[in-house]
Design a protein around this ligand. Structure first.
Ligand code: ADP
Length: 427
């Protein structure tokens, strides 16, 4: 149980760490990306304005001065195109041939206002991606438009660096997660120590208390018996009734204490399951016989179905206890009626495995409580359970017996019609 809690705590810790790391990566990556783009746009705008200033005079003398041949600037990152107001190319610092056509297409279709940069991407035939930022600015001489400059910068290397940073961040985060898993497991182990100790102390207490209570309870029971049997004692009707009530309460308490002791020992794994070969049908017959009297009192018919020989390899005493709990419950929660019936079906499975099905025509169990009834002290109808002498521990013990044999127990029921408890125990 504690190993499960420890693992669950570790998983939760890792999940929290993963969310934190992921958020950190997303926030820092997008932050840096935004900063980079912002910086680049500022820079390219300043460059465009500078180029526009520088080319005012040149554009003024354009008729007098022959225009320059475009200058290939593919070695550098910056590029620029200067056009006169007729749309003729006057000067150019060309970008690398890889992006030249994309840049020139962008210039041809440029719609952005002056001073506003735009980041663009080109996918090359070799699968690589080239990123560049562009901006444009009109060249003014006073109020007169002399031409227009288009400038840009190849910023692929920044993007490559950013991509590398992302990979490094992801690797670091994965390493961190491994560290966090180890640390989480270690810390969860430490946190569980006091809980485990107090749990163990409580379990010990429950076992000791129920053990110690058994002796005084049996003394009380014998004493009540002795008083009831004392012929010389003249009991009033009231005293006789009180004694009878006391006896039934003491019996109930003894039953509860025995059940508590069984569960406390089961928790402590102090109860050994000692398996042997036996005929399950014969054990079931015995249990049915012992329940016959109370069934007859309520007018409930019990039938035992199955083959007379069902070989089982299990703890005979515990399986008998399991059958008793299920049959006793079936009788307890089936009201007297001419059609009231409890049937016990025993089926042999492969390799000495077996299944038990106890069906009744009783009050049934609401759908949402089918799982809960196997919990300690859980009762669908407390008053009814108490009136029937129940303490709410029977099915918890039944579940423990079944699980300690590696089997399963389940219930099918519809309120008002009846219930079926199905137990399957493999070899
Ligand atoms: P109890 O001592 O109260 O019978 P159990 O652990 O045996 O305790 O059962 C828990 C609860 O499950 C019962 O109080 C009852 O409400 C419900 N229950 C168990 N068996 C049946 C049944 N055959 N039909 C209807 N309800 C049942």
């Amino acid at each position: 149980m504690f190993a499960k809690i420890r693992n669950r705590l570790t998983v939760q810790y890792i999940m929290v760490m993963s969310v934190l790391l992921l958020s950190f990566i997303i926030v820092s990556y997008s932050g840096i990306l935004w900063l980079l783009q912002h910086e680049e746009q500022q820079e390219i705008r300043a460059f465009a304005e500078e180029e526009a200033r520088e080319h005012v005079d040149i554009l003024k003398q354009i008729k007098a001065v022959p225009k320059d041949e475009p200058h290939d600037n593919s070695g550098g990152k910056l590029f620029s195109y200067v056009y006169d107001n007729q749309g003729r190319l006057v000067m150019a610092d060309l970008p690398s041939s890889q992006i030249r056509s994309a840049v020139e297409t962008a210039v041809g279709k440029w719609t952005m206002p002056d001073g506003v940069g735009e980041v663009m991407q080109v996918h090359l035939s070799n699968g690589e991606k080239v990123v560049f930022v562009m901006c444009s600015q009109h060249v003014y001489d006073g109020q007169e438009v002399m031409g227009r400059v288009y400038v840009g910068e190849d910023i692929t290397s920044y993007y490559k660096m950013l991509k590398l940073m992302l990979i490094v961040l992801v690797i670091v985060a994965i390493l961190f997660l491994f560290g966090a898993a180890y640390l989480g497991h270690f810390l969860a182990g430490k946190a569980i120590v006091p809980i485990r100790q107090s749990f163990l102390r409580q379990r010990e207490f429950a076992a000791d208390a129920s053990h110690e209570l058994r002796t005084p309870l049996s003394i009380m029971l014998t004493s009540v018996d002795a008083v009831q049997m004392d012929d010389g004692n003249r009991l009033t009707i009231f005293s006789a009734q009180t004694l009878a009530d006391m006896k039934s309460e003491i019996k109930r308490m003894s039953k509860m204490v025995t059940a508590l002791l069984t569960l406390a020992r089961a928790d402590d794994e102090a109860v050994n399951i000692s398996k042997e070969k036996f005929n399950l049908y014969a054990v079931a017959e015995q249990v049915v016989r012992s329940c016959q009297l109370i069934a007859d009192e309520k007018g409930i018919a019990i039938e035992l179905l199955g083959q007379a020989m069902v070989p089982a390899f299990a703890d005979k005493e515990r399986i008998g206890q399991l059958l008793l709990i299920l049959i006793d419950n079936a009788i307890k929660y089936t009201p007297s009626a001419s059609t009231a019936k409890v049937s016990v079906k025993i089926v042999a499975l492969k390799k000495s495995g077996f299944s038990i099905m106890v069906t009744d025509t009783g009050v049934g169990i609401p759908e949402e409580q089918k799982e809960l009834i196997f919990e300690r002290f859980y009762r669908v109808d407390k008053a009814r359970s108490r009136a029937e002498g129940g303490v709410g521990l029977g099915l918890a013990i039944a579940k423990w017996i079944v699980e300690s044999h590696g089997g399963t127990i389940s219930v099918e029921s519809s309120p008002g019609t009846g219930s079926s408890f199905i137990v399957t125990i493999p070899k």
